[in-house]
Design a protein around this ligand. Structure first.
Ligand code: MEV
Length: 337
């Protein structure tokens, strides 16, 4: 039996635009998905998950979600979740050259599903690592990232960048621009996350941006402008001392860029009333800046605030269901004892 875990992430900058080769800076956070894999001889796969439903349930391959009244969550969320597990199993079998391997899989996660914190990437990354290790094969994190990307790409109908999976596999702050993927130095940034309890459909949101970009030149320019924000943010981070407390003027500049990024993402139609309400609550509480994180449509915002004001303000914001501080996770995918 092998258990591996992988972190979720917030986007400091650059979601959506990264799909078109612009740069993005996601940061791994200390919220993890843990996947346990135990090989079985009959080739079957049995999954027990709290992540896919928020309540625990068990499914065996071949079960129809409609026939399972005990699964009290929207069918499309469960099916999407199962799709990711299915693809992760396929990648683990392929990497270990064991096409007929069966598994008992248990998933535990403290990353809300579909809320912009990279839950699916973390499950796929941890699942591939646990699956291959349980078959006696150790993959370097870069290969886990690569295989996890292929799994996400398949589930999201070819609409996935490498950013989420690379960040989850490597940990820390990373910069992704086309084929150039690297971990970067970053100071400990005071991230506060607000969660509206909802979820967005990544595939639909990415398709919506694609359609806008094809229809309007200015939507394509908006995507490029997000890339410009990230390029500027990269320069700002380069000037920071990664070992020390970030200086207030550095946080102020990053915050201003986050505000800008949120405005551009709103223009592309991926924000929502509750995300905007949380972003404005954070700004009014004097956060350095705030933006939605991930695909949008619902889910989470991320703010930069070292005062505690944003958490209090979000607690009183209608539509905000949960608030928490998110520390940078130095470790990417790892084996759990
Ligand atoms: C989703 O977490 C991030 C998006 O940029 C999609 C992707 O990069 O695959 C919206």
């Amino acid at each position: 039996m092998t258990t591996c875990s992988a972190p979720g992430k917030v986007y400091l900058f650059g979601e959506h635009a990264v799909v078109y080769g612009e740069p993005a800076i996601p940061c791994a956070i200390e919220r993890r998905a843990r996947v346990t894999a135990e090989p079985r001889n009959d080739g079957r796969v049995r999954v027990e998950a709290n992540d896919l439903s928020l309540d625990g349930f068990t499914v065996s391959w071949g079960d129809s979600v409609e026939d399972r009244p005990d699964i009290d969550v929207p069918t499309q969320l469960v099916e999407a979740g199962m799709g990711y597990v299915d693809e992760a199993v396929g990648q683990a079998r392929d990497a270990a050259d064991a096409p007929d391997a069966g598994f008992d899989i248990t998933i535990e996660s403290d990353i809300p599903l579909g809320a912009g914190l990279g839950s699916s990437a973390a499950v796929v990354v941890a699942g591939i690592d646990a699956g291959t290790r349980s078959l006696g094969v150790e993959l370097p994190p870069g290969e886990v990232a690569d295989r996890a990307y292929r799994a996400e790409y398949a589930v999201q109908d070819g609409q996935a960048s490498r950013a989420d999976t690379f960040c989850s596999a490597m940990g820390g702050a990373v910069r992704v621009e086309g084929e150039d993927r690297r971990t970067i130095d970053a100071p400990e940034l005071p991230f506060v996350v607000g969660y509206d309890g909802g979820a967005g459909d990544t595939g639909e949101l990415v398709s919506g941006v694609r359609a806008l970009r094809e229809e309007y030149g200015f939507a394509a320019d908006t995507v490029t402008a997000i890339g410009d924000v990230v390029r500027r943010g990269t320069e700002v981070l380069r000037g920071a001392d990664p070992s020390g407390e970030p200086a207030p003027d550095l946080l102020a500049e990053l915050g201003r860029l986050m505000d800008f990024d949120h405005g551009l993402l709103s223009a592309l139609g991926v924000s929502s009333r509750s995300l905007d309400a949380m972003v404005w609550a954070a700004r009014e509480a004097d956060a350095y800046g705030a933006k939605l994180t991930g695909a949008g449509g619902g889910g989470c915002i991320v703010a930069l605030d070292d005062t505690g004001g944003t958490e209090t303000a979000l607690d009183y914001t209608p539509g905000c269901e949960a608030t928490f501080r998110a520390e940078l996770a130095a470790d990417g995918v790892r084996v759990e004892e």
